[in-house]
Design a protein around this ligand. Structure first.
Ligand code: AGP
Length: 610
């Protein structure tokens, strides 16, 4: 997730662009850059680190230009560096582009362009766009940008400018945000309204595959063939705070809604056209993978719950014994580790002190260490033998939501990859699974758009004053319960306990009384019937059951007091869907009680102390 700003107008634009970037810093801040056109030439600034670094050198660029583009980066392809920072130029230095998103076929395009003599200066996927435009340019930037778009796969937005036409910028989007701001003798482009809200509130939201050609005095929207599309401008009445949250009340709600994108980004380029999983940068040769005898997973909090899902997937598909522990315990154990052990550390921040210590212990004992993290350049990436990046974008809400979903997907992909290399799964089975995995972001998107949030909010509001919640699940539904209960604790401060449903009769059932709320994850799977018996047991004690169930399961509505239906999918993938209503339930309980969900008391987003 990166932030893009563009300006064409009467005023000198350097500082306008920089102020726009400041408003988009929440989208990423590992490097940044600005490119403006002054007297037919590009001026270009790049910096590594957050926007303070760019501000320090901003005066090196004259503030005379009236057209330019700017970018704040969240690294996905290529480490944070000056070379990888946007804007990127083509070989001739006539075209500059900024991009947000992922160009999935960039390697094939890059090879093709290199074969034709194009020289690349960065490791990014984005740079191909500058060269594609250079190759396609016949005097019209819009046509060249359209031609580039036709050749690109993935989900992205880019803005291009050229010294050949220094009054014009052209932008296009595909499944990632782009908004046009209309001003007096000036117009703006950005990833989010917040970038130009202090300048104008008149906006247009273009659709996918619509070319937006912007000058000081005009905004023209066309399809890829140049046919003009009429789009009505609208006025936004958000304040700056709301705009930063994309119109959502909180970052947490925004991030819950970003989960389909987090999944699509984490999946991008990792499944081949033949349906196989391909993962790079793991630091493991095929021989290492075949020799593995054991996997250890270490993590904290929500990341630990993602690891628990991974345990089921790794055992089922890769047939590897998996031990999992919270990092704060693991680091003080004397674990049995050998050279045939793979330790997987899951940490969205890549900076959690206990997880880093557990990684060091595992490495000293001779294990290879693989980090699953969301942050390029984090400490975990420096200390691991290999890295599998989640690509959830920056998460601001203290309660992890979209990073959990991306971690679960990453560990599922890893399990499939290890299984393939170890020869444990038939190609056809893997293909079916990867086809289903590809459907999940769309299913989740449909789920979030389907008006179900209102039902969850209504139920949450009814139960918001309860003093205790028990969460029950079995098998892969158990980590979903643990995550649901953690979310509730974190943001609503209501005590909650998550338990393996079969263990309930060994103690926790004593907690139940008339009307006690019990949340049960009862999605379809091989332990479903057992879970139904547990539901009957709690109902017999007068408890109220709130069930998460697979769509099409009508029978459960007769047993449970409330049902949150989720789309049906493969059992191992079900946590990707079943967790979401529990995130929302916790969210709405907390908001009904007036709690500050983005900054819950006593918690920090990243725990860098022991
Ligand atoms: C989750 O909502 C919490 N914020 C917390 O449990 C978190 O998952 C934990 O601190 C681990 O963080 P990490 O993934 O950055 O290592």
């Amino acid at each position: 997730m990166c932030g893009i700003v563009g300006y064409a107008g009467d005023r000198p634009c350097r500082d306008i662009l920089f102020r726009g970037l400041r408003k988009l810093e929440y989208r990423g801040y590992d490097s940044a850059g600005i490119s403006v056109i002054t007297e037919g030439q590009f001026d270009l600034l790049h910096s590594v680190g957050n926007l303070d670094r760019l501000e320090e050198i901003l005066n090196q660029m004259p503030n005379q230009s009236h057209l330019g583009i700017a970018h704040t980066r969240w690294a996905t392809h290529g480490r944070p560096s000056n070379e990888n920072a946007h804007p990127h130029l083509d070989c001739t230095g006539r075209f500059a582009i900024v991009l947000n998103g992922i160009v999935e076929n960039y390697l094939a395009l890059r090879e093709q362009l290199q074969g034709e003599g194009h020289e690349f200066t960065s490791e990014t996927d984005a740079e191909v766009v500058a060269h594609l435009i250079e190759r396609a340019f016949r005097g019209d930037l819009r046509e060249a940008a359209a031609e580039a778009f036709r050749q690109m796969e993935g989900h992205f937005t880019y803005v291009a400018i050229t010294t050949e036409d220094p009054e014009t910028m052209v932008a296009v989007r595909k499944e990632t945000p782009l908004v046009i701001g209309l001003g007096e003798k000036e117009n703006f482009l950005a990833s989010a309204v917040t970038a130009f809200l202090s300048e104008t509130r008149t906006v247009i939201f273009p659709d996918d595959a619509e070319l937006v050609t912007v000058t000081r005095d005009s905004v023209v929207i066309t399809d890829l063939d140049g046919n003009v599309i009429e789009r009505q401008a609208e006025e936004v009445d958000w304040d700056e705070d709301a705009a930063e949250k994309g119109g959502y009340e909180t970052f947490m709600l925004k991030e819950i809604n970003e989960q389909p994108t987090a999944l699509a980004d984490t999946l991008a380029e990792r499944v081949t056209h033949e349906g196989r999983v391909e993962l790079e940068g793991l630091g493991l040769e095929d021989g290492d993978i075949r020799r593995l005898r054991q996997v250890i997973i270490v993590a904290c909090g929500t990341s630990h719950h993602a690891g628990l899902v991974g345990k089921y997937a790794l055992e089922k598909w890769a047939r590897l014994p998996v031990e999992i522990d919270v990092a704060s315990e693991f680091r003080y154990r004397d674990p049995v580790i050998g050279p045939d052990t793979l330790t997987i550390a899951i940490t969205q921040s890549g900076e959690t002190a206990d997880t880093l210590a557990a990684m060091r212990l595992a490495r000293q004992a001779g294990s290879k260490v693989l980090a699953i993290t969301n942050i390029v350049g984090s400490q975990a990436t420096r200390e691991a033998d290999g890295v599998l990046f989640t690509r959830a974008g920056l998460e601001i809400g203290v309660a992890a939501t979209k990073t959990f979903e991306a971690q679960v997907l990453a560990v599922i992909l890893l399990a499939l990859y290890l299984a393939e290399v170890r020869g444990h799964l038939a190609d056809e089975y893997v293909k079916q699974l990867t086809e289903e995995i590809r459907r999940v972001p769309t299913m989740l998107n449909g789920y979030l758009e389907d008006g179900r949030l209102a039902q969850i909010e209504a139920v949450a509001t009814r139960y918001a004053k309860e003093r205790f919640f028990l969460y029950l699940g079995r098998n892969i539904g158990l980590p979903v319960c643990m995550e649901g209960a953690l979310k509730l604790k974190e943001i609503s401060y209501i005590p909650s306990e998550s338990y393996a449903a079969g263990e309930m009769k060994h103690g926790p059932i004593a907690l139940l009384d008339e009307g006690s709320p019990v949340v049960v994850v009862a999605t379809d799977g091989h332990t479903y019937e057992k879970l139904i018996s547990n539901i009957q047991e709690v109902k017999a004690r007068g408890a109220h059951v709130i069930a998460v169930a697979s769509e099409g399961n009508k029978a459960i509505a007769d047993m449970a007091d409330e049902v949150f239906y989720v789309p049906k999918t493969d059992e191992v993938l079900s946590p990707l869907l079943a967790t979401v209503p529990l995130q929302l339930f916790a969210y709405y309980v907390a908001t009904a009680n007036g709690e500050s969900v983005d900054q819950p008391r006593n918690l920090a987003k990243t725990v860098t102390v022991e």
